[in-house]
Design a protein around this ligand. Structure first.
Ligand code: SF4
Length: 384
């Protein structure tokens, strides 16, 4: 594959999506100047009622920083209105860390000399059983991006096994075509999360020097293909800290909002991951986004899209996560292992994707939630 192919192009075997959403998001981001907003704009955005795209832009701007406490109160109110005191738990299950991409910020990067591992079905089932014994009923299946080592049939088999033990099965895998999403949905997958990483096309091109992930539009349109393939929900995220976090958060919000308008039945969610150190690069750290600013992003998502789920990652420390889940986050991971395997033996065999900061298990997270008068919920969906 040509290492230097134009990142705005598709590779010949990729499905092209007829949609104007990418163009509209990129146009909106080009026109977004975070510096142009005033305190008055932020006051207006916090005055109640529906939050417009302009209001969302203001909430992400530097002018909103002194208003964080007020934004948190508004966000908590919205969260309470839409989700009550329910907070959902899940854990990711990494089943393969083979990857054909070269993302410069990731421990699974094909150039990194880590132990590579792909779980066999018997190993996946052991892991699923071990996780299910913790009481969790939602699982997120995660792989590196390798069609060779984790092909669609392999992923379908993993979904079928997961469905035996879990009522909700999510996927965080490489983007695939509509028919492949339909196949995976038929195998038991409910939702798909795709991190766009950054909506800054120039930086996207720099940090994705090779592999299929280099195609920005194929990745961008993954959520539409997943919904057309029958998935119930789709997740959006930028990896905050690889580029201008305000512009990336703004783009992720506009992207999700446009998808929600086009597919009103879709369950939309956000993740808010920040760049983390990896085993091969301990020095990686997010640019310009400290915890207050991360909370600013999370509260802006909640006020802009009150019905959206928001997941708080174990990349963040326990104190931050506990506060985020009290204010705006609706889903929290527990008992996380980001290596391959590790739920049965307690020791992951494959190399890890990034470092986590909060290693608490399911009972500790449940205890924390109850201590905050929140209700831990294991299952958010009932199939009839
Ligand atoms: S971010 Fe994803 S695609 Fe990129 S190297 Fe890591 S696992 Fe592979």
């Amino acid at each position: 594959m040509d290492v230097n192919f134009d990142c705005m192009a598709y590779i010949s075997d990729m499905e092209r999506t007829e949609s104007d959403i990418m163009e509209r998001v990129l146009k909106a981001v080009r026109g977004y100047d975070p510096e142009k907003f005033s305190e008055k704009d932020v006051e207006n955005a916090l005055s109640g009622g529906e939050c417009s795209e302009d209001g969302f832009a203001a909430l992400l701007s530097p002018a909103a920083e002194p208003f964080l406490e007020r934004a948190a109160i508004a966000a908590r109110r919205e969260t309470g209105r839409r989700f009550g005191n329910s907070r959902y738990l899940f854990t990711p299950l990494y089943i393969s860390n083979y990857c054909e991409n070269g993302c410069v910020y990731c421990g699974f990067n094909r150039r990194n000399k880590i132990v590579r591992k792909r779980l066999e079905y018997s190993e996946i089932e052991e892991e699923l059983l071990a996780v299910s014994e913790s009481g969790l009923r939602e699982i997120l299946i995660v792989t590196g991006e390798s069609r060779r080592y984790s092909d669609i049939e392999y992923l379908g088999g993993a979904c079928r096994l997961a469905r035996k033990y879990f009522s909700t099965v999510g996927l965080e895998i490489y983007p695939v075509d509509t028919t492949e999403y339909a196949y995976l949905h038929g195998c038991g997958a409910d939702f798909v999360t795709v991190f766009q990483e950054t909506y800054d096309v120039e930086i996207y091109s720099e940090i994705h020097p090779q592999g299929r992930k280099r195609s920005f539009p194929y990745r961008f349109n993954a959520q539409e293909r997943a919904l057309k393939g029958g998935m119930r929900g789709v997740g959006f995220a930028a990896l905050l800290g690889v580029a201008d976090f305000r512009r990336d958060a703004y783009a992720a919000g506009i992207h999700a909002g446009l998808i929600q308008r086009k597919y009103p039945h879709a369950e939309i969610s956000f993740s808010c991951p920040r760049l983390r150190p990896t085993a091969s690069d301990k020095g990686l750290c997010p640019k310009n986004i400290d915890e207050r600013r991360l909370l600013q992003v999370i509260t802006a998502f909640r006020i802009f899209m009150p019905y959206a789920g928001i997941t708080i990652s174990s990349r963040e420390n326990a104190v931050f996560r506990d506060n985020a889940v009290s204010i705006a986050a609706t889903k929290i991971s527990a008992g996380v292992s980001v290596g391959i395997g590790g739920h049965t033996s307690g020791e992951a065999e494959g190399g890890e994707q990034f470092e986590i900061d909060d290693g608490r298990g399911v009972s500790e997270i449940c205890g924390m939630l109850k201590g905050r008068n929140l209700q831990p919920v294991m299952n958010e969906y009932i199939y009839l």
